[in-house]
Design a protein around this ligand. Structure first.
Ligand code: URA
Length: 256
């Protein structure tokens, strides 16, 4: 009770002073604020007002993000959606379409190319330009087709500007999606078209040495081959590509 009275008395005194024009509370003894120690709250407060405190952006690891997104995709459709909403690869900004796949999901053969070119970017399907037409003829020569027996994708789903080589960091951040793509499509046999695919999947280049030699990736037989775009430039190499196609046909006949 007593303290409530004191409170009302103090408030009345304060209101009286405000009515008289008092607008600042000061101490009995003068205070030189320039001589206050460095750590005084006043100086700290002043400093914090003068300099904006940089807000640390949370560090994003695109490869870790890609791994998490790919892992949580339970179907090919979900994987396509996860890739379409993956925003850490700058190639996406310049692309018209996310080129995900073509052919028959669940086919025994999966072909992995490099990245979409201009025609693929426009259409949203892999291997539809001149190289793709040659690929269709190559597959047809061993009785395979994308309408019946082949599933096709690329290492990268977005066209690199001016068809430049994909950068290592672009490949690294899209590789978890490719790994999941293979897991979900579950082919018996994989063909890697050209150096970029070999680099991404096997970690090595040198297609002239690698081609035609079976190896393994993701526990599946893998055959590196010349890229059809290379064969368009070097038609003399079609002879060796034909040998690889026969090798592929024999493997498909063997593996069940
Ligand atoms: N080259 C590729 O590697 N992929 C395509 O989809 C088209 C051309």
């Amino acid at each position: 009770m007593e303290s409530a009275l004191e409170f009302h008395t103090a408030l009345a005194w304060l209101e009286w002073q405000v009515d008289l024009g008092a607008d600042e509370a000061i101490c009995d003894a003068p205070l030189n604020r320039y001589e206050l120690p460095e750590t005084s709250p006043t100086k700290a407060a002043k400093a914090s007002m003068a300099m904006p405190v940089p807000v640390a952006e949370p560090e994003v690891d695109p490869v870790a993000e890609a791994k998490a997104a790919a892992k949580s995709a339970g179907s090919l459709d979900a994987l396509r959606a996860a890739m379409e909403s993956f925003d850490h690869c700058d190639l996406k900004k310049g692309a018209r379409n996310t080129v995900f796949c073509d052919g028959v999901a669940g086919a025994r053969l999966m072909v992995i190319g490099e990245a979409p070119g201009r025609d693929e970017d426009r259409e949203g399907r892999p291997f539809v330009g001149r190289a793709g037409q040659l690929l269709d003829r190559m597959l047809g020569a061993i009785d395979l087709s994308r309408s019946e027996s082949v599933y096709i994708t690329n290492v990268l789903p977005w066209r690199p500007p001016q068809n430049r080589e994909p950068k290592p960091e672009e490949i690294a951040m899209m590789k978890p999606f490719l790994a999941r793509h293979v897991e979900l499509a579950a082919p018996d046999v994989i063909v890697l078209m050209g150096n970029v695919s070999c680099e991404a999947v096997l970690g090595k280049r040198g297609i002239t040495r690698l081609r035609g030699n079976w190896t393994q990736a993701w526990n599946r037989p893998v055959l590196p081959m010349f890229h059809p775009a290379y064969l368009l430039r070097q038609p003399a190499e079609k002879r060796r590509a034909w040998a690889d196609l026969l090798e592929l046909r024999a493997k498909l006949n063997d593996v069940h």
